[in-house]
Design a binder for this molecule. Structure first.
Ligand SMILES: NC(=O)C1=CN([C@@H]2O[C@H](COP(=O)(O)OP(=O)(O)OC[C@H]3O[C@@H](n4cnc5c(N)ncnc54)[C@H](O)[C@@H]3O)[C@@H](O)[C@H]2O)[C@@H](O)CC1
Ligand SMILES: [K+]
Length: 476
């Protein structure tokens, strides 16, 4: 077995603590040499894969005022000795890392005023863990001219390591090479970071609170029928969605639930006849009294925001089974937050940005991590904030992240499918955080498979849920 499958992401302070725990290794510059050697190896590998060789290629470093630049300069010295033509632009010439600059110069590295036209790769060593705000003027002017791939040291400069906020301007990297453990920005700003490579420098970071399930985690945790399973033991999910006016939400939400697991789906609401037309396996009832037992409820998509909807939401949240609230249910909840605040059973809220704003009284803004944690803590419920990067936060601040990697699911009704999938997983016994993150992964994969390069509607996405689960299981 190699690395543990779950990916963990650390705050800058946690990395600092881990570095300090190495004592002399840090003080004597051993950590930095290890970091630089790993960085040089990654740059060399990239040159080889792009140009077939390392010797004779041309790389330019862009250097700031701290140890991030030190990493790049020491790596430049290593590359120079391997026959690479390495130059460096110093954006703060008086404050460049002194030992790194000396090593770079003595290896034959040249200091230049701007990135030469001959550069085939640029290394971003402007700022790392201590960066705040956007790229400053000198570095921004240099990167504005760069047309070749960028390898970022630790984090792309201008991207906040702890929040993943991508400031403007900032560096957009093809590859980010980091040290010892992943930073939170790597999960939250995947488009700016590109491919992330972790160099082992012999530190042990601890206590990650931001994590990402691997495909293997999702596949292994996905509920499948076993030898002793019955329709009941796999979890019955109740769907309260859609209405005469919006029957589609009931159909799509049921579609997600039916496809996700082999447990049973019950439907409650006025679109019952239409839902059964589409899915004869769904057991329907016109109202809650006739619904029968479930192991989890999904309530809200297209279900209306009137007094009857409020009453239904109140009754569902008063049960002791896990409840997922989405869409119209969230709008109702925004006026009655006490319904979840006072609830002591697993609860998953799945807002998009607009619904988040209704619930929280402000938009998630750029720092989505703090925003989602804040709302989860305030409401005492798990909150899944939708987006290309979906964040699922528990009230205690633990967060699972999912990067969809595509935007095909940005289509009407896709959210209804997501809540159906997540609801089925809740009914099967997954925790709200894992159910939300696993559903988001399969949903994104289903969108990608269904789209295959062309736009899709939510029905096609729902039909691809099974192929998506199958493909995750195939990579185990
Ligand atoms: N100390 C060590 O032994 C190790 C350090 N590491 C490297 O050291 C980095 C951290 O180094 P530092 O603590 O010196 O901090 P940085 O190199 O991240 O930042 C240095 C300075 O940049 C300035 N700055 C902040 N925001 C800026 C912006 N937007 N534009 C321009 N300048 C800005 C600040 O004045 C700050 O003092 C890590 O990211 C990593 O690359 C790694 O080599 C691992 C080992
Ligand atoms: K950097």
């Amino acid at each position: 077995m190699g690395h543990p499958p779950i990916k963990r992401y650390f705050a800058a302070e946690q990395i600092r603590v881990a570095e300090e725990a190495t004592g002399r290794l840090l003080a004597d510059g051993v950590l930095m040499r290890r970091a630089a050697s790993g960085l040089a190896g990654a740059v060399a590998a990239e040159l080889r894969s792009r140009h077939g060789a390392v010797y004779g290629r041309a790389v330019t470093l862009v250097i700031g005022s701290g140890d991030n630049g030190g990493d790049a300069l020491f790596a430049g010295a290593v590359l120079r000795r391997r026959g690479v033509a390495v130059s460096a632009v110093l954006t703060a010439p008086d404050r460049a890392h002194a030992a790194g600059l000396a090593a770079f110069r003595s290896a034959g590295g040249r200091v230049v005023d701007g990135v030469p036209d001959t550069a085939e790769l640029v290394v971003d060593g402007v700022v790392g863990l201590r960066g705040t705000g956007p790229l400053r003027e000198a570095a921004a002017a240099v990167f504005a001219q760069v047309r070749v791939p960028v390898v970022a040291v630790d984090v792309p400069s201008g991207v906040d390591a702890d929040t993943g906020v991508v400031h403007d301007p900032s560096v957009r990297a093809e590859i980010t090479v980091t040290f010892g453990a992943r930073r939170i920005a790597h999960a939250l700003a995947p488009a700016a970071c590109g491919r992330v490579e972790v160099v082992d420098i012999g530190i042990d970071a601890d206590g990650a609170r931001v994590e990402m399930l691997s495909d293997r985690d999702v596949a292994e945790g996905w509920p499948l029928p076993g030898p002793a399973s019955t329709k009941y033991t796999q979890g019955v999910v109740g769907v309260i969605a859609g209405s005469d006016r919006y029957p589609g939400a009931g159909i799509l939400c049921s579609a997600g639930a039916v496809a996700a697991t082999s447990g049973m789906v019950r439907y409650v609401g006025s679109a019952a006849a239409t839902v059964v037309d589409h899915f004869p396996e769904v057991v329907v009832a016109p109202d809650l009294d006739g619904a029968g037992r479930v192991q989890a409820w999904v309530v809200g998509p297209g279900a209306g925001t009137d007094d009857a909807a409020l009453e239904l939401l109140r009754r569902v949240l008063a049960t002791d089974v896990p409840v997922l609230v989405d869409a119209d249910g969230l709008t109702v909840l925004a006026h009655h937050p006490e319904l979840v605040v006072e609830r002591h059973h697993p609860t998953l809220l799945t807002p998009h940005d607009g619904e988040f704003e209704r619930l929280a009284g402000r938009s998630p803004g750029h720092d989505r991590l703090s925003a989602v944690r804040g709302l989860a803590s305030a409401l005492g419920a798990t909150v899944l904030l939708k987006g290309k990067v979906t964040l699922v936060a528990d009230p205690g601040g633990e967060v699972l992240v999912n990067d969809a990697g595509n935007s095909w699911a940005a289509t009407a009704g896709a959210g209804d499918v997501l809540s159906g999938i997540a609801g089925a997983l809740l009914a099967a016994g997954l925790s709200p955080r894992v159910a939300g993150a696993a559903a988001a992964r399969v949903h994104a994969l289903a969108a990608d498979l269904a789209a295959d390069g062309a736009p899709i509607g939510a029905s096609e996405l729902a039909r691809a849920v099974r192929p998506a689960v199958r493909s995750l299981r195939a990579v185990r």
